[in-house]
Structures are given as structure tokens and as C-alpha cells.
Write a protein that binds this ligand. Structure first.
Ligand SMILES: Cc1ncc(COP(=O)(O)O)c(C=O)c1O
Length: 387
């Protein structure tokens, strides 16, 4: 039974590179500008925790799975019910919109906000825009599912579907914003484009880390497996955990689809490197070919490892979480939510990788369940379970 549950994880499903540019805490240059000041973190938490419906998301313990994989603990931060939007992204885009609304001299009613999205970020921006009385125009690419498009419209957004992939939708969105005088609320930024909004989006994500630090209390994990798209979430994880846990901060392993490995390739080349996406990954939220230029320096300095995973282990991981063959609570996790857990399970099946990542029977592993069934039809198709 236990062997059967992991059968999909054997074979060449994971690649690993360790980060040769990582700076040890002892060698960190004092002049390195932190991603967030402590005051900014307090401000982000104070604002978001005052929103109606705010509630910290649960940190679940999966002892049955931990036993099967011979580690001490597996902790799963479950973002499925974040503000009723289904993902941690609810914290970022909506927070950035709320901060625009409060910018001195801004006439809230005059704003049109826009972004490109594969679903979750756009939903957050659309929700924030509606809350603050703005218009939202959201760009999606050819492969975004019909269910995710409808969810954007349900939050009041005008949706524009464009040819090409996520990176194409970002470029088209920026062009439309320039032509129409709209405000881009992007979760990513490229060299030469302003980084303030993307940083504010990441400050929104930091609320999840503030909650986690409280939830760990003294039991800080040894490892965190965090999935990466443009790297904004992973950089926030690195920065906030280092700030809160100092030299006890967990080892950070950044996980991407092998079909969209921009962070992995950038780490291998030791410089931000664009990758062409020739085939869309099932992990829709992680399908990005270009790193965020505000996230990259943080990851280069602080992330420990980069891995990629094959799409073939995504549905089995979602199904196992829901089916719960080891007696843990059943968890509903979307395609992009399980990348970190899938990489960890694969690493536990491969001795050399377990050794390289220093995974042992004493490890306490944190994974971030960054979304629930954000498209219920896709969820049912992939797992056989209703969302
Ligand atoms: C569910 C989910 N998890 C993780 C990520 C990755 O975040 P980032 O693009 O900041 O790396 C995304 C991005 O959209 C997402 O939707």
C-alpha cells in the first residue's frame, strides 16, 4: 500500500542544482538592502489582518505521510480558504491595489488597474479593485482554463484573452497600460520596469510568513519546499524566514515545473536567464519563463537549492492528499499547490538527492499548499474527486 502510493515518483522526475552563490549569514554584507523593512512587515500585517473575513490559514500536520517518508514532521500550510479566493495570491494583488487607493493625490474613481495572470493573481487584483471601486482589465493567455477566466469575470473584471503564453500576456498588458494610461498591478517585474508594485505584492505575501512564524513557535522546520513561478513567493519565504529565524532559518528548496524552469536555469547560469515555454505545464500558476527582477537577487543570496519536477507527479500528489492513504486529514490542493510536496516525496525516493538536501529521519519539512481547487473542473479531472 505504502509502496503503491509512491509508485509514480520513481524514475527521472526531479532535477537538482544547489545554489553556488548563496551567502552565508556570517558573510552577508551589511550594506545589502533587505527586501522589506521590519516596519513594512508590520504595516502589511496590520493592514491585511484588518480586512473583513481575515483569519490565519491553518498549518496542518501530516504525521501519517511523515512516517511513510521517514521524516519527523510534514507541515502543510493550507491556503485553500484564503479570503474565499482559493490561494495565497489573495494577499498580494489586492494589497497592492489597496495601497494604490491610498496613495496621496490619487482619485480612486479614476483608476483602471490591469495585470496579466494565469488565474490567481488576477483574481486578487480583480477582488481588490472591486473592493476599492476601481475598474480591472485582466489579461490571460491562450491556455488559461475557462473556469479560471469565469472566476475573474465573477469578481467583476473585464478579461482579455491573448495568443501566446504567460510572458506574452505580460508584455501585451504593459503595452495596453501605456497606451491607455492604466495602472499595472503586476506580481513580477523585469529589468527596467518599476519594481515598487511587485514588491508591495510580495509584502502582501509576507502575511502568510508572519502567521507561519507564530504557528511554528519554537519548532522551526529544517526544510521548506516552495514552488516558484516568477520567484516572488520564494523570495518572500527566504527573506521573511531569515529575518524571523536568523541562523535557524530552514533550508529553502525552490521547486518549478521542468517545463517552465526559469529559476532553475538562472541558478545554474548564476544570472537571470529567460527560458522559452514550448509546452504548457499542468501547474498553471508556475508557468513562467522569466524571473522577477525584484525576487532574483534575494533568491540568489538566500535560496539553498533549486529543483524541477515532471508534470507526471502532480496528479498523483493531489490525489494522495485528498485520498489520504496514511490516515492524515484529507486535503484539497490545486495543481500549483503540490509542487513542493511532490518534489519532497520524489527526493525521499532518491537516496542521493535526500543526501544532497540533507533530509534525514529528524527533518521537519514545511510545504506551502498555495492553492485549493481554484478550478473545480480541472481538479475533478485530475483527481477523480469533486472539489
Ligand atoms: C498557486 C500558486 N503557487 C505558487 C505560485 C508562484 O508564485 P510566484 O510567481 O511569485 O513565484 C503561484 C503564482 O501564480 C500560484 O498561483
Amino acid at each position: 500500500m505504502i509502496q503503491d502510493a509512491f509508485v509514480a515518483f520513481s524514475g527521472p522526475v526531479v532535477k537538482h542544482v544547489s545554489n553556488s552563490s548563496r551567502t552565508s549569514i556570517a558573510h552577508e554584507q551589511s550594506e545589502t538592502t533587505p527586501l522589506f523593512s521590519k516596519q513594512a512587515l508590520v504595516h502589511g500585517h496590520r493592514c491585511i489582518s484588518a480586512w473583513p473575513g481575515y483569519c490565519p490559514t491553518p498549518l496542518l500536520n501530516l504525521p501519517g505521510l511523515a512516517k511513510a517518508l521517514h521524516v519527523q514532521d510534514i507541515l502543510y500550510k493550507d491556503e485553500a480558504n484564503r479570503f474565499g479566493l482559493g490561494s495565497f495570491k489573495a494577499l498580494g494583488g489586492a494589497f497592492a491595489v489597496s495601497q494604490l487607493a491610498h496613495a496621496p493625490g490619487t482619485k480612486p474613481a479614476a483608476l483602471t488597474v490591469t495585470t496579466a495572470t494565469d488565474g490567481n493573481h488576477g483574481r486578487s487584483v480583480a477582488w481588490g479593485a472591486r473592493e476599492h471601486g476601481h475598474r480591472a482589465v485582466i489579461y490571460i493567455h491562450a491556455e488559461v482554463s475557462a473556469g479560471r477566466e469565469q472566476a475573474l469575470r465573477d469578481h467583476g473584471a473585464e478579461v482579455v484573452r491573448v495568443d501566446g503564453n504567460y510572458d506574452d500576456s505580460v508584455r501585451i498588458c504593459y503595452q495596453a497600460a501605456r497606451e491607455n494610461g492604466w495602472t499595472v498591478v503586476s506580481d513580477t517585474t523585469y529589468a527596467g520596469s518599476g519594481s515598487d508594485v511587485a514588491r508591495t505584492v510580495m509584502l502582501g505575501y509576507s502575511v502568510m510568513l508572519t502567521e507561519l512564524v507564530e504557528q511554528f513557535a519554537d519548532n522551526i522546520p529544517t526544510h521548506v519546499f516552495v514552488q516558484g513561478g516568477v520567484g516572488g513567493l520564494a523570495a518572500t519565504v527566504c527573506e521573511c524566514l531569515r529575518l524571523a529565524c536568523e541562523d535557524r532559518a530552514p533550508r529553502v528548496i525552490v521547486v518549478e515545473p521542468e517545463l517552465a524552469p526559469c529559476l532553475f536555469v538562472s541558478a545554474s547560469n548564476n544570472t537571470p536567464t529567460k527560458v522559452e515555454i514550448s509546452q504548457e505545464t499542468l501547474m498553471a500558476g508556475l508557468s513562467c519563463g522569466e524571473v522577477s527582477s525584484v525576487a532574483w537577487p534575494v533568491l540568489q543570496r538566500r535560496a539553498d537549492d533549486f529543483v524541477t519536477i515532471a508534470d507526471s507527479i502532480v496528479a498523483p500528489t493531489m490525489t494522495m492528499l485528498r485520498d489520504s492513504p496514511f490516515g492524515d486529514a484529507a486535503v484539497v490542493a490545486g495543481e500549483s499547490a503540490v509542487a513542493g510536496l511532490a518534489a519532497f516525496i520524489a527526493a525521499r525516493q532518491i537516496d542521493s538527492l535526500s543526501k544532497a538536501l540533507n533530509l534525514t529521519a529528524d527533518s521537519r519539512v514545511l510545504v506551502l499548499g498555495t492553492e485549493g481547487a481554484t478550478d473545480p473542473a480541472v481538479y475533478q479531472r485530475m483527481t477523480g474527486f469533486p472539489a
